[in-house]
Design a protein around this ligand. Structure first.
Ligand SMILES: Nc1ncnc2c1ncn2[C@@H]1O[C@H](COP(=O)(O)OP(=O)(O)OP(=O)(O)O)[C@@H](O)[C@H]1O
Ligand SMILES: [Mg+2]
Length: 316
């Protein structure tokens, strides 16, 4: 897909303008001051992270988090120092999938230290800041009455959270996003400098492809986030009894999908394998434990393409 040149203003540019206005009017806006500090903190921290890929979709439940953790393990197996940022505030599940649910983020003078999971993968999630595992991620107060207020509070929580995490040096940060129709992608594209791009997870159903098409347009045209490619998850299944390949979705023709017709490269198709779900539930690495399965092979093929993409974009 032809990527448009980024013309959208980054948060740094917006902040620069506001700073200039602040100087001119000789007033210090405390909220702006806080945003400035957060942006500066993120930029410093992110300068130690070589590559950043966001994992997105237009619909919930299509397997973004599962894809994120399996890609993280595949990259770690290739010697990459990997981190996962879980931006999902309403249903964060990366800590469980990475087996770090009991490890609260340690707050030090340098910031919040990510939890370290299987294969040395660093994990930061709002869930790891909650008092106990049963606590819902929510804030009570005025915002219960107003969607706008709720959105504003959420945004500032995400901004504060991103700026607080001290990743240290990383080769790759994978960002597990809530569905792209939400208001979270803008803040990610503004806060995280030099995003290598996004991978879009979809499933082979027409409705999912239709919704994903909308979010692809939103991400690439409105937010100028480069789309690296598409991952089709739950793309058929292998019968555990007879080994026969089954289609999970009616009319799931493996021809060119509406998304591929838009020019998006298909990075790979991951079949349904119930061991992906059971490994995730137990915080174990599916790709390491079942390396010979078609699904693990698909994750390796996707990792090959992503590795090629990021390394050719900015040699490390
Ligand atoms: N290829 C697969 N084979 C078997 N189970 C899968 C596969 N992909 C995902 N799952 C399971 O489907 C469920 C939803 O997956 P997941 O949580 O990764 O989706 P999501 O897109 O991150 O959801 P959300 O939008 O809520 O964040 C989980 O139980 C997961 O284990
Ligand atoms: Mg998820």
């Amino acid at each position: 897909m032809k990527q448009e040149k980024s013309e959208g203003r980054t948060i740094t540019e917006v902040v620069k303008d506001l700073e200039a206005q602040q100087k001119k009017n000789k007033v210090v806006n405390p909220v702006l001051q806080q945003v400035l500090e957060q942006v500066a903190a993120v930029q410093t921290r992110m300068s130690r992270v070589k590559h950043k890929i966001a994992v997105m979709s237009g619909k919930g439940g299509v397997g973004k988090s599962s894809v994120t953790v399996n890609l993280a393990h595949s990259f770690a197996a290739r010697g990459y120092k990997v981190g996962i940022l879980d931006v999902d505030l309403s249903g964060p599940c990366i800590p469980k999938m990475m087996g770090v649910r009991d490890r609260a983020l340690k707050i030090t003078a340098e910031g919040a230290q990510p939890a370290i999971g299987v294969n040395g993968i660093k994990v930061a999630s709002m869930e790891l800041m909650l008092p106990d595992e049963g606590s819902p991620v929510m804030w009570k107060g005025l915002w219960e009455d107003s969607a706008v207020w709720r959105g504003t509070v959420e945004m500032s929580v995400i901004r504060e959270f991103i700026s607080d995490v001290n990743w240290g040096p990383l080769d790759l940060l994978l960002i597990d996003m809530p569905p792209a129709s939400s208001d979270k992608p803008p803040i990610i594209s503004q806060m995280i400098p030099d995003l290598d791009g996004a991978v879009i997870v979809t499933i082979p159903s027409e409705i999912s492809q239709f919704i994903v098409k909308k979010s692809v347009v939103f991400l690439s045209r409105e937010l100028k986030i480069p789309i690296i490619g598409l991952i089709e998850n739950m793309s058929g299944a292998i019968c555990p009894h007879c080994g026969e390949a089954l289609e999970l979705f009616e009319d799931a023709s493996h021809g060119e999908s509406p998304l591929q017709k838009m020019g998006l490269p298909l990075l790979g198709r991951v079949p349904f394998d119930r061991r992906i779900a059971s490994c995730a539930d137990q915080g174990r690495s599916f790709v390491d434990e079942h390396p010979l399965t078609p699904a693990a092979q698909a994750f390796r093929i996707i990792t090959d393409s992503l590795q090629q993409h990021i390394e050719s974009r900015r040699p490390s």
